[in-house]
Write a protein of this length. Sequence first.
Length: 356
Amino acid sequence: MGKVFHIASIPGDGIGPEVVKEGFKVLQEIEDQDGSFRFESREFPWGCEYYHKYGKMMDDDGITQLKTFDAIYLGAVGYPGVPDHISLWDLLLKIRKSFDQYVNIRPIKLLEGAESPLLPAYHDIDMLVIRENSEGEYAGAGDRLFQGTPDEVALQTGVFSRKGTERIIRYAFEEANASGKSVTSISKGNALNYSMVFWDEVFQEVSEEYPHINTYSYLVDAASMFFVTDPSRFEVVVTSNLFGDILTDLGAGLTGGLGLAAGANINPTREYPSMFEPIHGSAPDIAGKQKANPLAAIWSVSQMLDFFGEEEWGTKVLKAVEKTMTDGDVLTPDMGGTATTAEVGTKVVECLKQMK
Ligand code: NAI
Ligand code: MG
């Protein structure tokens, strides 16, 4: 047994634990088949239930506890009874920020066997959205003044640093450089006359370092329309925290729904662990019923394997997800099937076995 990959597991709330369990099934199968590495995982019981018991979303020294792991595998956080801004800020955003996971990679790709509401008109949806993940509109800068009075004012300030803007745009260019693709910047320089004018300037500057790469620039409103009417024009897309959050859910809708959308929170320097998670939430409406689609969480496992340098396995896992969908006999209700979460996880494992 050679390498050991240390994974911190935070199943979280609602359907989180149900889908994470299936992700680990897949990791176990890979470990059994490969033999050259193994995974060691530790589970952390943090989330809204924890909050109800202890008045906090995670341990006070939670960040220190997570620091030594290679990766974090997260289900979903948030549940009725705990205000969403608390569950999000005190766990998910705390991890993203403390570990400087400034890149959020979200593949918007129509996998084989997946259904798009745009079909049959469009088959060619294959973009990589690189979302700024550490500042921008989600910097948490602001105030509530004169609360509860008629003069009440809420301020939420976007923070766009040169360092933060430059590094995310450069990351996108490096991705495009490696894959021979174009880069599209999505911003809003007409209305956001400070932050986004700055963003556009930095995009222009960085693009000059990569003269061989084709670039495009869109306003976010027009880009939203083109996501739907002509998605094939986008390859590598770089955008701000808020715009990326919204556009990738739109992208998820175009490529099979939230049950099939993954996202990686990357700290490119590898000084701290990176975090892998499906982009959906805790889905209280279907939680505990084994109705959740685990394919998004399993796609996150594929991203984690790529990050570990085990790209061959990353590709295989994605192929097994595609095979599960093209076979079509074991799918959850969101994909028109009747199978349980666990049955779909087992199906993916079977597909991996067949690919041996
Ligand atoms: P949601 O993603 O939990 O659910 C939206 C809709 O999609 C629901 O109808 C749900 O049943 C369905 N859905 C989501 N994932 C699915 C899956 N794997 N299989 C089948 N159907 C699925 O978003 P919602 O309802 O806005 O938020 C619920 C809670 O989750 C809130 O507390 C919110 O703050 C939190 N949340 C957490 C996120 C995270 O942990 N990264 C991301 C988004 C929301
Ligand atoms: Mg979101």
